[in-house]
Design a protein around this ligand. Structure first.
Ligand SMILES: Cc1ncc(C[n+]2csc(CCOP(=O)(O)OP(=O)(O)O)c2C)c(N)n1
Length: 344
């Protein structure tokens, strides 16, 4: 009996508690329903290219909920990649704005209808523009982290990206710059390892056993976790954030996840038989009596209705005008001397 009681007390799911877990679950479902709608839009011609994060919800929602969100160096900076919708929903971002970016309407607040879907940019929450060029976010992260060393704050810089991209120099620049003893940087360096870079399998690239092993070179804290597991993800993120906030040093966190619809619409975006973090989470919550089957079904239904409504709304919204291409760019309109179509 005593053993059973101590086992229950040690259970990370019980430690996190029913209210938090139910909140995480609701946002994970929202993220999945949103991504599946985006895929449908891409396939039905109601949007264009799709790339996103189905399979990363357990880790990403757990992260989004723990960010210190706001604008300026006293808040966390986010240098994200294109599979981060569940992080933004975890922060409280509305689903309709991602649908706006998918349909490329003028009201898309992240790029005014000009960028790929899931390419967020949001000054009010320090979300630095997501780049389709992979891995550059690990370089820009250095800049905001240096700024955060110059002010009295516990805020940090958070960067995420994929396993394939770690072959590029930007990831290693981030490790080098954040570990200089003269000015260590408060960066949570995240790598989401889904085993593939488009169609290149991990064995085709990685000689290191774990990507987190790169941390050994710098004698920095580093860990690999099961990113499909909510409790493991949430607690690992909590520990890593606390370390970076207090020590003003970097932490390398690798999360192993699924990639449930393949790389992008370019590879078909069809469902793949891999571990599904939401199904696994629902089973764990049910086993512990934290949620009933009817409630689970209701949450899926409510989210479907919310997405439907948002999608219908976005279909009524205008596309950007051709002239607006010159808005929000560093360069002004073309000089009069520039040869235009049919001109000299
Ligand atoms: C600098 C650069 N090189 C190549 C590409 C083409 N590209 C787009 S996504 C991708 C794979 C990235 O794989 P990974 O880093 O594992 O992230 P995942 O897509 O699996 O999340 C590549 C090579 C690119 N966008 N940018």
């Amino acid at each position: 009996m005593a053993d059973q009681t101590s086992a229950a007390a040690a259970d990370p799911y019980r430690k996190l508690g029913k209210d938090l877990l139910r909140n995480i679950h609701r946002i994970m479902v929202k993220a999945r329903v949103l991504e599946e709608r985006l895929i449908k839009m891409s396939k039905s011609g109601d949007g264009y290219f799709w790339i996103g994060g189905p399979g990363e919800e357990a880790f990403n929602v757990s992260l989004g909920l723990q960010v210190k969100k706001g604008q300026g160096p006293e808040f966390d900076y986010l240098h994200l990649h294109y599979r981060s919708s569940a992080i933004v929903l975890g922060l409280g971002g509305p689903v309709i704005d991602t649908i706006r970016q998918m349909r490329c309407v003028a009201g898309d607040p992240y790029s005014k209808g000009r960028n790929f879907v899931n390419h967020y940019a949001l000054p009010k929450w320090n979300i630095v523009p997501v780049s389709p060029t992979i891995e550059t976010q690990y370089s820009t992260a250095i800049g905001t982290a240096i700024a955060q060393r110059r002010v009295e704050t516990d805020a940090i810089t958070i960067v995420n990206g994929g396993d394939g991209g770690t072959a590029e120099g930007d990831f290693h620049s981030c490790l080098v710059w954040s570990n200089r003893p003269a000015l260590t940087l408060p960066i949570l360096i995240i790598v989401i390892n889904n085993d593939y870079a488009i169609s290149t399998a991990a064995q085709g690239q990685h000689g290191e056993r774990n990507i987190s092993d790169w941390g050994k070179v710098f004698d920095m804290p580093a860990r690999t976790v099961n990113g499909n597991d909510v409790a493991q993800s949430y607690l690992a993120i909590k520990e890593a954030l606390a370390y970076c906030r207090k020590e003003r040093k970097p932490y390398l966190l690798e999360a192993r996840t699924s990639r449930l619809y393949g790389h992008s619409s370019s590879s078909g975006a069809n469902r793949i038989a891999q571990a599904d973090c939401i199904a696994e989470f629902e089973a764990k919550m049910s086993e512990r009596g934290m949620i009933a089957q009817e409630e689970i079904e209701k949450i899926w239904q409510e989210n479907l209705e919310e997405i439907d409504k948002a999608h219908q709304q976005v279909k009524t919204e205008p596309f950007p005008t051709p002239e607006s291409i010159w808005e929000n760019v560093f360069a002004g309109p073309l000089p009069p001397s520039y040869p235009t179509k049919g001109g000299s």
